[in-house]
Design a protein around this ligand. Sequence first.
Ligand SMILES: [Zn+2]
Length: 511
Amino acid sequence: MSEKIFIFDSTLRDGEQTPGARLNREEKLELARQLARLGVDIIEAGFPISSPGELKAVQEIARQVKGPVICALARAVKGDIDAAWEAIKEAERPRLHVFLGASDIHMKYKLRKDPELLLEQAVEAVKYARRFADDVEYSPEDATRAREEYLCRVIEGAIKAGATVINIPDTVGYAVPEEFGALIRRLREKVPGAEKVIFSVHCHNDLGLAVANSLAAIENGARQVECNINGIGERAGNAALEEIVVALRIRQDHYPYHTDINFGEIYRTSRLVSKLTGIRIPVNKAVVGINAFAHSSGIHQDGVLKDKRTYEIIDADLIGGKAAQMFLTARSGRHAVKNQLQQLGYTLTEEQLESLYHRFVELADKKKEIFPEDLEALVFDHIFAAEPVYRLDYLQTVSGSRSIPSAVIRLKCADDSIIQEVAVGSGPIDAAYNAINKIVGLNIKLENYQLNAVTKGRDALGEVAVKISYQNKTILGRGTSTDIVEASVKAYLDGVNKLLKINGYNNYNNG
Ligand SMILES: [Zn+2]
């Protein structure tokens, strides 16, 4: 059998560092479960020292998600390693991932320490990590801009100290494929002990070369790639997981390797990540964009109708795209809904299922075809939504070319009391948001507003994602409805409820 490439997913760590992509604990757990179904080999679940909440979330994943190795990130200092180990020690197969800057720029300006002292620190950190875990990965940060002689010595030291995986990060996305592949080859040939460890790469996409660099590294002996779903991550993002694994699969003739990815889960995982993070998948995104399988030119359409292979190299079925196009209707019973949910990877309690089914029937009355995305939207709105402090009870807006946009909002509080407010604004949505701010009594700012049609057609569900901020916290709120004003209000209220939770406003302000 061909050699295996280990897929290391960092969507929950590097991916979550995408501005505005922060996930709560339940969302992280949901995503980790889906990554396990996708068949990734390693899940980098987070950076536990960054906050107590992060540590708890990683711990929950380590306890509950079986199958993949669960990895936690730590700087090369004891406190970080202690926190990381605390978070993952209950995992079936825990891995500690230690990193420290290795380029002159990082050592001189960020770490402000002598390179020799830093080399010692790296070695000590790996030894310390090995006291806890049998599986320790070491990353010399910014490796592609480091002096190669120094890089070799750091890697040699880390291997001697007991590292099992050496990861070469192109932290700033500076490398180009030929050069990066050659670097991996030289390191494997030159560094004493290199044959004892797995070489890994971690490529960023600042020059749009993250996937190409990762593939070049594989051809030169890297056997683990670090990558993220939809290519999300710091700045321009990381190498896209789906692009790497599908490229390896489609071009088996060129790449004699395999992965253990369940290809049929790719589409679903991609949509889940987009939904949870609020980061839209570009329509022309390779492999998972909605246009990836659409043909618009007449010549292409004609060709595809005669034989798909004329203009299509990837079958939508391979990544689970076709299954995702099945829909339910008002005539679908509870069983069909439950079935579809299970296929999408959601296991709900009987009670949750019952409440969701009612929402489904309501929606099916307004909209003929209920696509998996619609069903997922319902799950997010009604099952995973934060236990709200305020619920929408009544909404009325006025707008038009000759009227002043205004809104009447009535919210139901957790203690069942009702508060009503009226406000004007630059449009009906702005007016509604102003009315909510009056009720909540906080000066919440709207940072970003996005409206998407969840599916095709005039009766499509509108999905609104808003980013709101209060003091120094930014939160993502989501809402769906066939009425876009209502979807907008739901999204805002969802964000407000999360914000109140985080700020500990159990005794909400009655304005
Ligand atoms: Zn990174």
